[in-house]
Ligand binder design. Sequence first.
Ligand code: NAI
Length: 345
Amino acid sequence: MTIARIPATLIPGDGIGPEIVDATLAVLDALEAPFDWDTQIAGLAGVKEAGDPLPKATLDSIRRTRLALKGPLETPSGGGYRSSNVRLREEFQLYANLRPALTLIPGKRYENINLVVVRENIEGLYMGYEHFIPIGGDPHAVGMSTGINTRQGCRRILEYAFEFAIATGRKKVTVVHKANIMKALTGIFLETARDLYIEKGYHGKVQMSEIIVDACAMKLVLDPWQFDVLVTTNLFGDILSDLVAGLIGGLGMAPGANIGADAAIFEAVHGSAPDIAGQQKANPTALLLAAAMMLDHVKLTDKATRLRRAINDTLNVDNIRTGDLGGSASTGEFAKALVSRVRNA
Ligand code: NAI
């Protein structure tokens, strides 16, 4: 059976981006993933080559393909640029940020972690409504930020989380908030969750629990196994998903998907890692796992499963690992080993 070709945008990104993207493409080729890549630039590369961290050609490409795999993007400091990642999420209304954390390497501090952070990706304190107030000679005497959460925005992310939990056979959705202090900004999130749970009749299909974000951080460290799906507002989700990445061996192992009604962009949770860029030290696993999520998204689940199995075997049977996991393989060596696992699977 021939599989239809799937147009997709590819953004190599900054820092370690091109190295991990090359590794991922080699593995996707070996898997015969049917993506027709349209390669585009963004971030620092966008500023250098097109004078814009998010050039029009890149946006047009995603508008056409509605599907992208991207390396990490650096926001140039100075010059007043807004984060390209935040702009991409706004432009394509990528309201759900899905960050699964699954233990792949046994024998570490935490065993058998299997949880998913669902983060609201557009609203909250990341809307960029902030400014300084000058007083006397100090232009930055006061810093101010306004967060905005809407009922509609809370509803769609909460609904996404409950539906995702039910569709993937998960048992519990924990709503993470700080409604005791930020009574409006995160109170509306909790209130909407309670209403939605009753209105949609989720009771009997999936459990719902509530937790304050600071307690959640402590419990994630003490007993992460009590959690299944965590759903939360933008900033809390950003912080908690890095915490959760730490439970499974670090940022090199954590993939993410940004999903909206009109487009989906897959990436690693980590940034451009300038400290190791260009040295073939980066672990491409997070981006490879993001590529597996992308394969799931386009319903090529057999290829996604083969990819995940090959990653597991390369790490645990062949014991080939990059430096962040205590191994000595370069990015390219890891990719080569994975390609032969994929070919022989
Ligand atoms: P980072 O995630 O790039 O690096 C944090 C630490 O983790 C560094 O020590 C780095 O070497 C290590 N690390 C990250 N990914 C790794 C990998 N695949 N393999 C091995 N080690 C890895 O975070 P940082 O340094 O705070 O940010 C660097 C830049 O990345 C900034 O400009 C930031 O804005 C951007 N960034 C972009 C993101 C995106 O495009 N989604 C997400 C987070 C940050």
